[in-house]
Design a protein. Structure first.
Length: 286
């Protein structure tokens, strides 16, 4: 009897230790980041990025991100979106969406949440933004050229209010990236004025694409606007010469090599014919 009780106690102890080890396994830490973006087409969207800690933080693919519109008293689900290969989920903000809550000051508060699973912890993040806009204008007086950017926000009942004291960066669109050439803070009217550089290269007709941005602002997120003007220096397209074996302007080393090779081939043809004729003549004389 004592032996049976002893075995039961040992089995219970092993089961307890195994259970404790299973539950003691730590879940992976997840983090979710969210940003607000308004591009030059006036499309507004929230971008949530979900990352999980392995040896380092890496994107979590195919995780379900829930987007909410929240206030002090409400929390309304807007959408559930799976993350892509970069761990990103994008929610498009539509003006006609009745679920989006706007407080009297014009502030929108959103929350993104990942509920987690058996191996990854849950994570969530809030973002509160005011919706704004940028407009790029061009002015020229005599030989002086300048750019004006106006920054405005939408208040209660869509009232347009100038944004004062926000940094606006100016870029010119390059072939592969944006090239910064100015940064100014808006005045009390929400405007900045920058003299246009006179040595800026454009396309073949001198046209430049100017990009104005508010970047990663705590209140307005990232807002972008663009404008085009033919104030650049026209650049002639570079014509690349396709020099090859069959071209009339082939490299000289290629021409000489070809002549030598062809000459050697024809020499062998002639020499073989000469030997054949000589053999026949010799055989005819025997």
């Amino acid at each position: 009897m004592k032996s049976v009780i002893k075995h039961i106690l040992i089995i219970s102890l092993i089961a307890t230790i195994t259970t404790d080890n299973i539950f003691a396994q730590k879940k992976k830490t997840a983090r979710v980041q969210v940003g607000y973006f308004k591009d030059y087409t006036k499309e507004e969207h929230l971008v949530a990025t979900l990352i999980v800690k392995e040896k380092r933080y890496v994107p979590l693919i195919n995780g379900v991100i829930q987007f909410y519109s929240v206030s002090d008293t409400s929390r309304v689900l807007l959408s559930k979106i799976h993350t892509d290969n970069d761990g990103k989920a994008v929610f498009i903000i539509n003006d006609d969406n009745p679920k989006i809550i706007k407080d009297p000051s014009g502030l929108f508060t959103f929350e993104v949440e990942y509920e987690g699973n058996s191996s990854v912890n849950a994570a969530k993040r809030k973002i509160a933004i005011k919706r704004g806009d940028l407009e790029v204008s061009f002015f020229q007086k005599d030989s002086t050229k300048s750019i004006e950017v106006s920054a405005t926000e939408f208040g209660l009942n869509n009232q347009i209010i100038p944004i004062e004291g926000v940094n606006i960066l100016l870029y010119v669109q390059g072939t592969f990236s944006l090239l910064n050439f100015g940064k100014e803070k808006t005045d009390e009217n929400g405007n900045i004025h920058i003299d246009f550089p006179t040595d800026m290269p454009g396309d073949t007709t001198g046209v430049l694409t100017i990009v104005a941005k508010i970047e990663d602002n705590k209140t307005f997120g990232t807002i972008e606007s663009r404008g085009e003007m033919n104030w650049g220096i026209p650049i002639e397209p570079v014509k690349e010469k396709q020099r090859g074996l069959g071209d009339t302007d082939a490299p000289l080393w290629m021409v000489y090599t070809l002549i030598i090779l062809l000459s050697a081939v024809w020499f062998h043809y002639i020499y073989v014919i000469f030997l054949i004729v000589k053999i026949k003549l010799v055989n005819g004389n025997i």
